[in-house]
Design a protein around this ligand. Structure first.
Ligand SMILES: [Zn+2]
Length: 257
Protein backbone atom coordinates (compact mmCIF):
# COMPACT_ATOMS: atom_id res chain seq x y z
CA UNK A 1 0.00 0.00 0.00
CA UNK A 2 1.28 3.44 -0.94
CA UNK A 3 0.12 6.85 0.23
CA UNK A 4 0.22 9.52 -2.48
CA UNK A 5 0.14 13.09 -1.19
CA UNK A 6 -1.19 15.45 -3.86
CA UNK A 7 -1.80 18.43 -1.61
CA UNK A 8 -0.79 18.87 2.03
CA UNK A 9 -1.83 22.44 2.78
CA UNK A 10 -4.68 23.91 4.80
CA UNK A 11 -7.11 26.42 3.34
CA UNK A 12 -4.51 29.11 2.72
CA UNK A 13 -4.22 31.67 -0.03
CA UNK A 14 -2.07 30.32 -2.88
CA UNK A 15 1.41 29.57 -1.57
CA UNK A 16 4.42 28.05 -3.27
CA UNK A 17 5.00 24.81 -1.42
CA UNK A 18 1.59 23.39 -0.61
CA UNK A 19 -1.66 22.99 -2.48
CA UNK A 20 -4.90 22.30 -0.63
CA UNK A 21 -5.41 18.86 0.85
CA UNK A 22 -5.79 15.69 -1.21
CA UNK A 23 -4.28 12.22 -1.00
CA UNK A 24 -4.88 8.69 -2.23
CA UNK A 25 -4.05 5.17 -1.15
CA UNK A 26 -2.84 2.83 -3.88
CA UNK A 27 -3.70 -0.78 -3.15
CA UNK A 28 -3.38 -3.56 -5.74
CA UNK A 29 -3.08 -1.03 -8.55
CA UNK A 30 -6.27 0.78 -7.58
CA UNK A 31 -6.57 4.23 -6.06
CA UNK A 32 -8.82 5.33 -3.20
CA UNK A 33 -8.95 9.11 -3.15
CA UNK A 34 -9.54 11.29 -0.09
CA UNK A 35 -10.48 14.94 -0.42
CA UNK A 36 -9.84 16.85 -3.59
CA UNK A 37 -8.17 20.21 -3.05
CA UNK A 38 -7.04 22.49 -5.85
CA UNK A 39 -5.25 20.88 -8.77
CA UNK A 40 -5.18 17.41 -7.20
CA UNK A 41 -5.82 15.52 -10.45
CA UNK A 42 -3.22 17.60 -12.29
CA UNK A 43 -0.62 16.91 -9.60
CA UNK A 44 -1.54 13.22 -9.55
CA UNK A 45 -1.21 12.94 -13.32
CA UNK A 46 2.21 14.62 -13.20
CA UNK A 47 3.20 12.08 -10.53
CA UNK A 48 2.29 9.29 -12.95
CA UNK A 49 -1.04 8.30 -11.42
CA UNK A 50 -3.46 6.80 -13.96
CA UNK A 51 -6.74 8.53 -13.12
CA UNK A 52 -8.69 5.63 -14.62
CA UNK A 53 -7.43 3.51 -11.73
CA UNK A 54 -9.37 5.63 -9.25
CA UNK A 55 -12.01 3.34 -7.78
CA UNK A 56 -13.63 5.52 -5.15
CA UNK A 57 -13.50 9.11 -3.91
CA UNK A 58 -14.28 10.18 -0.33
CA UNK A 59 -14.87 13.82 0.59
CA UNK A 60 -14.71 14.86 4.25
CA UNK A 61 -16.65 18.13 3.88
CA UNK A 62 -17.52 20.68 1.25
CA UNK A 63 -15.14 23.54 2.11
CA UNK A 64 -13.25 24.74 -0.95
CA UNK A 65 -9.83 23.57 0.27
CA UNK A 66 -11.24 20.00 0.21
CA UNK A 67 -13.37 20.11 -2.97
CA UNK A 68 -11.79 22.82 -5.12
CA UNK A 69 -10.21 20.18 -7.38
CA UNK A 70 -13.10 17.71 -7.43
CA UNK A 71 -14.76 19.07 -10.55
CA UNK A 72 -11.46 18.84 -12.38
CA UNK A 73 -10.81 15.34 -11.05
CA UNK A 74 -14.17 14.07 -12.33
CA UNK A 75 -13.70 16.02 -15.58
CA UNK A 76 -10.20 14.61 -16.11
CA UNK A 77 -11.34 11.03 -15.51
CA UNK A 78 -14.02 11.49 -18.18
CA UNK A 79 -11.51 13.21 -20.46
CA UNK A 80 -9.19 10.21 -20.28
CA UNK A 81 -12.03 7.94 -21.38
CA UNK A 82 -12.72 10.24 -24.35
CA UNK A 83 -9.13 10.22 -25.57
CA UNK A 84 -9.10 6.45 -25.73
CA UNK A 85 -7.34 5.59 -22.50
CA UNK A 86 -10.07 3.14 -21.51
CA UNK A 87 -12.60 3.31 -18.70
CA UNK A 88 -12.45 3.40 -14.91
CA UNK A 89 -10.90 0.23 -13.57
CA UNK A 90 -14.03 -0.92 -11.77
CA UNK A 91 -16.28 -0.06 -14.72
CA UNK A 92 -17.72 2.62 -12.51
CA UNK A 93 -16.67 5.36 -10.14
CA UNK A 94 -18.01 5.62 -6.59
CA UNK A 95 -18.10 9.03 -4.94
CA UNK A 96 -18.94 9.58 -1.26
CA UNK A 97 -19.95 13.14 -0.51
CA UNK A 98 -21.24 14.74 2.70
CA UNK A 99 -23.51 17.50 1.44
CA UNK A 100 -26.30 17.03 -1.11
CA UNK A 101 -26.67 20.71 -1.97
CA UNK A 102 -22.98 21.13 -2.69
CA UNK A 103 -22.92 17.93 -4.79
CA UNK A 104 -25.95 19.02 -6.80
CA UNK A 105 -24.26 22.36 -7.48
CA UNK A 106 -21.10 20.65 -8.68
CA UNK A 107 -23.07 18.35 -10.97
CA UNK A 108 -24.97 21.32 -12.41
CA UNK A 109 -21.69 23.02 -13.17
CA UNK A 110 -20.22 19.92 -14.83
CA UNK A 111 -23.37 19.38 -16.90
CA UNK A 112 -22.77 22.80 -18.47
CA UNK A 113 -19.35 21.66 -19.73
CA UNK A 114 -18.47 19.68 -22.86
CA UNK A 115 -20.98 17.05 -23.95
CA UNK A 116 -23.26 17.81 -21.02
CA UNK A 117 -20.83 15.71 -18.96
CA UNK A 118 -22.44 12.51 -20.27
CA UNK A 119 -20.38 9.51 -19.14
CA UNK A 120 -19.58 6.23 -20.86
CA UNK A 121 -19.43 4.57 -17.43
CA UNK A 122 -21.44 4.66 -14.24
CA UNK A 123 -20.78 7.18 -11.51
CA UNK A 124 -22.47 6.35 -8.22
CA UNK A 125 -22.72 9.21 -5.77
CA UNK A 126 -23.70 8.47 -2.16
CA UNK A 127 -24.37 10.79 0.74
CA UNK A 128 -22.08 9.96 3.66
CA UNK A 129 -23.56 8.82 6.97
CA UNK A 130 -21.96 7.50 10.14
CA UNK A 131 -20.78 3.89 9.94
CA UNK A 132 -19.17 1.73 7.28
CA UNK A 133 -19.67 3.54 3.99
CA UNK A 134 -17.48 1.45 1.69
CA UNK A 135 -15.95 -1.99 1.62
CA UNK A 136 -14.35 -4.00 -1.16
CA UNK A 137 -11.57 -6.59 -1.45
CA UNK A 138 -8.91 -3.94 -0.65
CA UNK A 139 -10.28 -1.48 1.82
CA UNK A 140 -12.93 -0.64 4.40
CA UNK A 141 -13.88 2.98 5.06
CA UNK A 142 -15.90 4.07 8.08
CA UNK A 143 -17.19 7.60 8.59
CA UNK A 144 -17.84 9.40 11.83
CA UNK A 145 -19.26 12.90 11.91
CA UNK A 146 -17.27 15.71 13.44
CA UNK A 147 -18.19 19.25 14.47
CA UNK A 148 -16.10 21.25 12.04
CA UNK A 149 -19.06 22.53 10.00
CA UNK A 150 -21.89 22.52 12.55
CA UNK A 151 -22.79 21.22 15.99
CA UNK A 152 -26.09 19.54 15.11
CA UNK A 153 -27.63 17.28 12.48
CA UNK A 154 -27.65 17.01 9.56
CA UNK A 155 -23.94 16.22 9.76
CA UNK A 156 -21.92 17.61 6.88
CA UNK A 157 -18.34 17.01 8.01
CA UNK A 158 -16.71 13.65 8.64
CA UNK A 159 -13.56 11.90 9.78
CA UNK A 160 -12.66 8.53 8.28
CA UNK A 161 -11.22 5.27 9.62
CA UNK A 162 -9.59 3.31 6.82
CA UNK A 163 -8.69 -0.36 7.19
CA UNK A 164 -6.45 -1.91 4.53
CA UNK A 165 -3.73 -4.57 4.49
CA UNK A 166 -4.15 -5.04 8.26
CA UNK A 167 -3.41 -1.37 8.89
CA UNK A 168 -5.79 1.11 10.43
CA UNK A 169 -5.47 4.71 9.27
CA UNK A 170 -7.54 7.51 10.75
CA UNK A 171 -7.95 10.61 8.59
CA UNK A 172 -9.22 13.49 10.68
CA UNK A 173 -10.59 15.65 7.88
CA UNK A 174 -11.03 19.03 9.54
CA UNK A 175 -12.22 18.94 13.13
CA UNK A 176 -13.67 21.37 15.65
CA UNK A 177 -11.33 19.94 18.26
CA UNK A 178 -9.37 16.72 18.39
CA UNK A 179 -11.96 15.40 20.83
CA UNK A 180 -14.03 14.82 17.67
CA UNK A 181 -11.72 11.87 16.97
CA UNK A 182 -12.20 10.08 20.30
CA UNK A 183 -14.70 7.50 18.92
CA UNK A 184 -11.98 6.33 16.52
CA UNK A 185 -8.92 6.98 18.71
CA UNK A 186 -10.28 4.84 21.54
CA UNK A 187 -9.57 1.75 19.40
CA UNK A 188 -6.11 3.00 18.39
CA UNK A 189 -4.60 3.07 14.92
CA UNK A 190 -1.39 2.49 13.02
CA UNK A 191 -1.37 5.93 11.40
CA UNK A 192 -3.21 9.07 12.42
CA UNK A 193 -3.36 11.47 9.48
CA UNK A 194 -4.32 14.65 11.21
CA UNK A 195 -5.09 18.12 10.11
CA UNK A 196 -2.82 20.83 11.47
CA UNK A 197 -4.66 23.79 10.00
CA UNK A 198 -6.64 24.87 13.05
CA UNK A 199 -4.21 23.95 15.83
CA UNK A 200 -0.55 24.16 16.62
CA UNK A 201 1.22 20.97 15.63
CA UNK A 202 1.82 19.75 19.19
CA UNK A 203 -1.85 19.89 20.27
CA UNK A 204 -2.90 16.56 18.76
CA UNK A 205 0.30 14.84 19.90
CA UNK A 206 -0.30 16.12 23.45
CA UNK A 207 -3.88 14.81 23.32
CA UNK A 208 -2.85 11.37 22.02
CA UNK A 209 -0.09 10.99 24.60
CA UNK A 210 -2.12 12.34 27.53
CA UNK A 211 -4.90 9.84 26.84
CA UNK A 212 -2.48 6.98 26.05
CA UNK A 213 -4.22 6.25 22.76
CA UNK A 214 -2.42 3.53 20.83
CA UNK A 215 -1.18 5.48 17.81
CA UNK A 216 1.89 4.11 16.07
CA UNK A 217 2.62 7.03 13.73
CA UNK A 218 1.26 10.47 13.07
CA UNK A 219 1.32 12.04 9.60
CA UNK A 220 0.56 15.74 9.64
CA UNK A 221 -1.39 16.93 6.61
CA UNK A 222 -3.54 20.01 5.87
CA UNK A 223 -0.61 22.00 7.25
CA UNK A 224 -1.43 25.45 8.59
CA UNK A 225 0.30 28.52 9.98
CA UNK A 226 2.35 26.82 12.69
CA UNK A 227 4.11 24.53 10.21
CA UNK A 228 4.15 27.02 7.35
CA UNK A 229 5.86 29.63 9.52
CA UNK A 230 8.77 27.41 10.49
CA UNK A 231 8.65 23.69 9.78
CA UNK A 232 12.10 23.01 11.27
CA UNK A 233 11.15 24.67 14.53
CA UNK A 234 8.00 22.54 14.71
CA UNK A 235 9.97 19.37 13.97
CA UNK A 236 12.52 20.12 16.68
CA UNK A 237 9.71 20.92 19.13
CA UNK A 238 8.12 17.53 18.33
CA UNK A 239 11.37 15.55 18.38
CA UNK A 240 11.12 15.05 22.14
CA UNK A 241 7.77 13.27 21.79
CA UNK A 242 7.83 9.51 22.14
CA UNK A 243 5.87 9.01 18.92
CA UNK A 244 6.83 8.99 15.24
CA UNK A 245 5.59 12.22 13.70
CA UNK A 246 5.99 13.18 10.06
CA UNK A 247 4.98 16.33 8.21
CA UNK A 248 3.81 15.25 4.76
CA UNK A 249 4.82 17.14 1.63
CA UNK A 250 3.14 17.72 -1.73
CA UNK A 251 4.05 15.07 -4.34
CA UNK A 252 5.40 12.72 -1.67
CA UNK A 253 4.79 8.98 -2.00
CA UNK A 254 5.01 7.02 1.25
CA UNK A 255 5.18 3.24 1.39
CA UNK A 256 3.01 1.97 4.24
CA UNK A 257 4.40 -1.24 5.68
ZN1 LIG B 1 -9.64 22.53 5.47
Amino acid sequence: MKLYCFGTGAGTEPIKERKHVSFALEINNQFYWFDAGEGCSYTASMMGVDLLKVKAIFISHSHMDHVGGLGNLLWNIRKNTLIGKGFPIAGQLDVYYPNQRSWDGLMMMLQETEGGFKLGYKMNASLIQDGIIYQDENIKVEANHNYHMQKEEPWTSYSFRITAENKVIIYSGDVDSYDDLIPFLRDGCDILMCETGHFNANVIADMVLANKYKVDKMYYIHCGNDILADKQRVLSRLSSYNIAIKITEDKEIIEII
